[in-house]
Design a protein around this ligand. Structure first.
Ligand SMILES: [Zn+2]
Ligand SMILES: [Zn+2]
Length: 385
């Protein structure tokens, strides 16, 4: 096994190429499932270095095996967001109206740097690099890669997500849940309607909607283990048009988020059953359109431990810091149904600006740190699996 200083030297050698790739990717942000130029550019860089990436033509995304018998993997994502990048940013998007505002350009560049570094090492098992499309879409690229069997033989998987609130040089780590699930639902209540003077002769849908808003979140919390956080919030209610007519239809739209993978599986049934109980007393008919999004990312304790202890050895004892759970979704969770893994946060602070906003900026120095940390984590894992 290489010494920490040898790994650092190797990572530093490939970093300029990765930084250059990040700048080029930043200028060609593409929508989910349409990352054609992005895929072509990464593929060309890997091939120029003597590696043999696998393309998914005509679909986007690619994957690469470095060494035989890959048992360990690293995941990057490729898509951008429909955000207008402020003029004056350097480099800046050339696809007006689209911006790499979630740092996926950095993730792809870091993966490439790690692949170039790892290709010069002799490791006990091979390493697979997944450049998935469509992380921001639902269903996303992770579910496609899972469907194609790309993680079936892996025993450990790592991903980084840039974190604009964490300073460069730090890696945020957390065992267990690190991101929440994100499901959406639409409840359509229907009834015969009528005069507001005689609610007893009809079904008062406005009252029924009020009961759902007040009672559904608490009733669901009561029906699951109270140690499990669950957040049910309505974002929209529509129904009725005047003061003295009870409407025939009211729709309620909301989201449900949880950090518990097994509860997530059960949520559509729990919401439906609870809604039925609440509405039984009102006489309202209902239709529930429950849209399961992505499950929570639940980091594997052992992978987190191996990755972070390897990172500490290479970058320093203070480099790994605890991080908070975020209720924003990440489709990395789809892989974790198959393979134990860890999503780590990569410090990329550049003075402010949040993910998914036009003010977001990746601190370029995070790329070199990401490569070092990624090489360290993957090398560590190849000796553990
Ligand atoms: Zn995002
Ligand atoms: Zn992202």
């Amino acid at each position: 096994m290489l010494s920490p200083s040898e790994l650092t030297g190797l990572a530093e050698e490939v970093t300029p190429k990765a930084v250059d790739l990040r700048r080029r990717l930043h200028q060609i942000p593409e929508p989910a499932h349409e990352e054609h130029e992005t895929t072509a550019l990464i593929g060309a860089i890997l091939e120029d270095s003597g590696l043999e990436p696998n393309r998914r033509t005509p679909r986007t995304g690619l994957w690469l095996d470095v060494g035989d018998d890959p048992k360990v993997g690293f995941r990057a994502d490729l898509d951008a967001l429909p955000i207008f990048e402020p003029t004056g940013n350097i480099p800046r998007s050339r696809n007006e109206g689209w911006m790499h505002a979630c740092g996926h350009d950095a993730h792809a560049a870091i993966a490439t740097g790690i692949a170039l570094a790892i290709s010069r090492l002799a490791l006990p098992v091979g390493v697979r690099f997944l450049y998935q499309p469509a992380e921001e879409a639902n269903p996303g690229g992770a579910s496609e890669f899972v469907g194609e069997g790309l993680v079936d033989d892996l025993r450990g998987l790592i991903a980084f997500h840039v974190d604009p609130s964490l300073e460069v040089g730090r890696i945020g780590s957390k065992a267990g849940p690190i991101t929440g699930s994100a499901d959406g639902f639409t409840i359509t209540l229907t009834g015969p309607g009528g005069h507001t003077s005689r609610p007893h002769k009809t079904v008062n849908l406005i009252d029924a909607a009020g009961r759902v808003v007040r009672e559904l979140p608490e009733a669901i919390r009561q029906s699951i283990d109270s140690r499990t956080p669950i957040v049910i919030v309505f974002g929209s209610i529509h129904g009725g048009s005047t003061s003295n007519v009870i409407p025939t239809e009211v729709t309620l739209v909301g989201t449900v988020r949880t950090l518990d993978r097994s509860i997530w599986d059960l949520l559509p049934g729990i919401v439906d059953k609870t809604l039925g109980h609440i509405l039984a007393i009102t006489g309202a008919d209902y239709l529930l359109d429950y849209r399961q999004g992505i499950p929570p990312v639940v980091n594997d304790d052992r992978v987190v431990e191996t990755a972070t202890s390897s990172i500490r050895e290479v970058i320093g004892p203070d480099s790994v810091v605890p991080t908070e759970t975020s209720l924003g979704g990440e489709d990395f969770s789809n892989y974790l149904d198959i393979v134990p893994g860890a999503l780590l946060r990569l410090g990329a602070y550049s003075g402010g600006g949040d993910l998914h906003s036009a003010s977001f900026k990746v601190n370029e120095a995070s790329i070199g740190v990401g490569i070092k940390a990624g090489v360290a984590a993957l090398v560590g894992l190849t000796y553990q699996v």
